[in-house]
Design a protein around this ligand. Structure first.
Ligand SMILES: *Cc1c(COP(=O)(O)O)cnc(C)c1O
Length: 362
């Protein structure tokens, strides 16, 4: 029996992607070994690698101006690698502050240059319940880039209209916001997302970079840390996380079978409607701290009347076969992560549980 998995990441994976991996585990395509035992320089793995890139390119409609990268170290490594590559001494970059992950990104940039805060929605408690509007941004036209976090996994806020950075390159952490709906990648210069939220297992990060932007990267840093190195080698400069990329490939194949990104958007929008609908109906019991215009479709946060009841909610939901609902330690409360692999039916099950819980504890 599989649980209903609402974890924030690593998250649940679509069953068909796992079943395919299980069936192919011991003998991949008649090679007599698993995909993770193959050389990354041999044809079987190379085909998987290329297939993953092609499916990503097709699903997102990535134009020739951009290139796909598979990297390691997660989003956290990119927090440091972005300023290493794109910030020269004395140069400034603009950071849009919307949560814990933006703070971490800013802290790394401070070690390498002089980043500026272009906007912040932090409140007096040090928390965030909304994202800024375009009018609130104070952008420096001379900045090396603008860094934003499109979905804030911990606070449950999301940009529904991406910020416009004008002629300044836009670098965006989309870790918990990637490939749940169609996206115009041409508006971005560097998108990055750890796979473990919406796209696959942990261990691989997908980046989509504008080739012209990569060409501006610094050459006086170690070769392994230059994005250009990985781009020139099609992400095969050194041994990539082959098993993780193989699983991403399986997930992408599943997505294509579900109507691609328009199909994902339909399903995810419906899920969010059901959840926020329940929260808005049950306001006497649950509180949802995020301002409506900033509500995340991916991570839905709320509270019951007390911390003690929050804990009961988590325990009882677990007994009902649902896991991963405890809020992040910095935000508290309950958090539902409703990534691609979570079905509409899973959310319906959760909503009935929430209704029942409010009735019996309200
Ligand atoms: C999960 C997450 C991260 C951290 O990812 P790691 O792979 O653990 O480094 C960074 N940013 C956002 C928005 C995230 O959701």
């Amino acid at each position: 029996m599989r649980v209903i998995n609402f974890s924030a990441g690593p998250a649940g994976l679509p069953l068909p992607a796992l079943e395919k991996a299980r069936d192919e585990l011991l003998d991949y395509a008649g090679t007599g070994m698993s995909i993770m035992e193959q050389s990354h320089r041999d044809k079987p793995y190379e085909a998987v690698h290329r297939d993953a890139i092609e499916r990503l390119t097709r699903l997102l409609g990535i134009p020739d101006t951009h290139t796909v990268l598979f990297l390691t170290g997660g989003a956290s490594a990119q927090f440091a690698l972005i300023p290493m590559n794109f910030l020269s001494a004395g140069q400034s970059a603009d950071y849009v502050m919307t949560g814990v992950w933006s703070e971490k990104a800013l802290d790394e940039a401070k070690l390498l240059g002089t980043p500026r805060i272009a906007a912040t929605t932090v409140n007096a408690d040090g928390k965030y319940t909304r994202v800024p509007t375009q009018a609130e941004l104070q952008l420096d036209p001379g900045a090396a880039y603008v860094h934003s976090t499109s979905n804030n996994t911990i606070y449950g806020t999301q940009f529904h209209t991406m910020i416009d950075t004008g002629s300044v390159p836009h670098v965006c952490d989309m870790s918990s916001d990637f490939m749940w709906r169609p996206l115009d990648v041409r508006k971005f210069d560097f998108i990055y997302a750890g796979a473990q939220k919406n796209l696959g297992p942990s261990g691989v990060l997908v980046a989509i970079a504008r080739k012209e932007f990569l060409a501006r990267g610094r050459k006086d840093i170690p070769k392994i840390f230059r994005y250009a190195t990985h781009a020139e080698a099609d992400s095969l400069y050194n041994t990539p996380p082959t098993l993780a990329i193989y699983l991403v490939r399986n997930v992408l194949e599943w997505m294509e079978g579900q109507g691609g990104l328009p199909g994902m958007e339909k399903r995810n929008t419906r899920k969010a409607e059901l959840l926020y609908g329940a929260l808005d109906r049950l306001t006497g019991f649950y509180t949802a701290p995020v301002e409506k215009a900033s509500r995340s479709v991916m991570n839905i946060v709320f509270r019951t009347p007390s911390e003690a009841l929050d804990a009961v909610f988590v325990t009882e939901s677990k007994k009902a076969g649902m896991i991963g609902l405890k809020g992040h330690r910095t935000a508290g409360g309950i958090r539902v992560s409703a990534y691609n692999a979570v079905s509409v039916q899973d959310i319906e099950t959760l909503v009935s549980f929430m209704e029942q819980f409010a009735k019996s504890h309200g």
